[in-house]
Design a protein around this ligand. Structure first.
Ligand code: TYM
Length: 371
């Protein structure tokens, strides 16, 4: 079965090994993970479980760090609606990196991109969602002294000067080939890759040094880094490095990612406990038709979205995760019970996050860069 991954859509069942080859990235090897472990003391579950599975030059970032050259972290959000747990994956990982490596963090809100890409969205809406989504980011515990958040619209004057330097060196035929743009693509979107490239170089400008930059994001954003890496050295900067995560799956089945445009497929950070429970209870599982069959034949955690939730975020203990898997396969653990356990954990997680999100409203200003 085929699949498609672009920054704007993910279709079908993604074959990540194939994607590494197609995109020309490198797998995250055990050697690299060992190096991270030496520096950080312990590996984040996202690394242990290869949820971050691929990279560009992450080993070079570690070389530089070991030589005493700190890197900056860069990630972002295209604000088309509320934040879901999939969006939070790279952000949770960024917070871990900032804490362990004690480095600066840059967060771009592409309110321009989502406005230009989605016909139904007004600029007022994307700008509103931008700052609303930024609350979810701040709620994760970033250091206000070392974290810089900016909207493309509100920080345009600074960003534009770097964007035109990138744009001058990227042809239409390149972005057509990389992003699949056609003659009916609006010209804003054709220019936009230059804007998403800017924060790869912004740390060098603001920190007044040639700064290595590491971008944690899902693999869908990689086409931007391909284009930016090609122009970096010409402009006197280092090529940005990247580390890529896989997609948090949809609650509706194993193929397809959690998507903001399909409400039932995702848990949003603003969901009520009732909504969260309902979505989990309706989730696609690897269970059998009847309880009797399930007890006799066991379930299939491989295709189960509920199990995936435990794997991604809600069971960080590897031994307990294995126990859950074994109990499912043996037929001992039934879907209804497993769903209830997940819903309980999710409700607590979302409630605690919402509390932090409320507090973030009071401090957001400390994080913002504006012209
Ligand atoms: P956006 O808003 O589509 O996504 C925000 C971040 O979430 C990742 N992501 C996911 N990760 C795991 N599972 C999923 N189901 C899932 N869906 C989305 C995305 O890869 C992204 O990291 N153009 C960007 C905004 C942006 C950006 C950046 C992102 C600007 N600069 C630098 C990453 C890094 C966008 O629309 O992301």
């Amino acid at each position: 079965m085929g699949f498609k991954v672009t920054p704007w859509e993910v279709e079908g069942e993604v074959d990540y090994d194939k994607l590494i080859k197609e995109f020309g990235t490198s797998p995250l090897t055990d050697d690299i993970l060992e190096r991270v472990k030496k520096i950080t003391g312990e590996l984040h579950p996202f690394l242990r479980r290869k949820i971050f599975f691929s990279h560009r030059d992450f080993d070079w970032i570690l070389d530089m760090y070991e030589k005493g050259v700190p890197f900056a972290i860069y990630t972002g959000r295209g604000p088309s609606g509320h934040t879901h747990l999939g969006h939070m994956m790279p952000w949770i990982f960024c917070q871990y990196l900032q804490e362990r490596f004690d480095v600066n963090m840059y967060f771009q809100i592409t309110d321009d991109e989502k406005f230009m890409h989605r016909r139904e969205l007004t600029l007022e809406k994307t700008r509103h969602y931008g700052y609303d989504n930024a609350l979810d980011f701040v709620a994760l515990g970033f250091d206000p002294e070392k974290t810089f958040i900016f909207s493309d619209i509100d920080y345009a004057k600074t960003l534009y000067g770097i964007a035109v330097k990138i744009a001058k060196n990227v042809t239409f035929s390149t972005v057509k080939a990389v992003f699949g743009f056609t003659n009916s693509t609006n010209i804003g979107m054709i220019f936009f890759p230059a804007i998403q490239g800017v924060p790869c170089f912004l740390p060098s400008e603001l920190e007044k040094r040639k700064a290595p930059v590491l971008i944690p994001a899902a693999i869908d954003q990689d086409p931007y880094w391909r284009v930016t890496r090609d122009v970096a050295e010409k402009l006197g900067y280092y090529k940005p490095a990247a580390i890529h995560n896989i997609f948090f799956p949809s609650l509706e089945g194993p193929s397809g990612k959690m998507s903001a445009s399909v409400g039932q497929s995702a848990i949003f950070t603003v969901d009520t406990p009732e909504k969260v429970r309902k979505k989990v209870m309706n989730a696609f599982t690897g269970g059998r038709e009847t309880v009797e069959e399930q007890k006799k034949l066991g379930g299939n955690p491989q295709v189960c979205t509920v199990f995936q939730y435990f794997y991604f975020l809600f069971e960080p203990d590897d031994a307990k995760l294995e126990e859950r898997k074994a109990a499912c396969k043996s037929g001992e653990l039934l879907c209804g019970y497993c769903k209830k356990e997940l819903a309980d954990r999710l409700v607590i997680y979302v409630r605690e996050h919402q509390e932090k999100r409320e507090k973030a409203k009071k401090v957001l200003d400390q994080f913002l860069l504006k012209d």
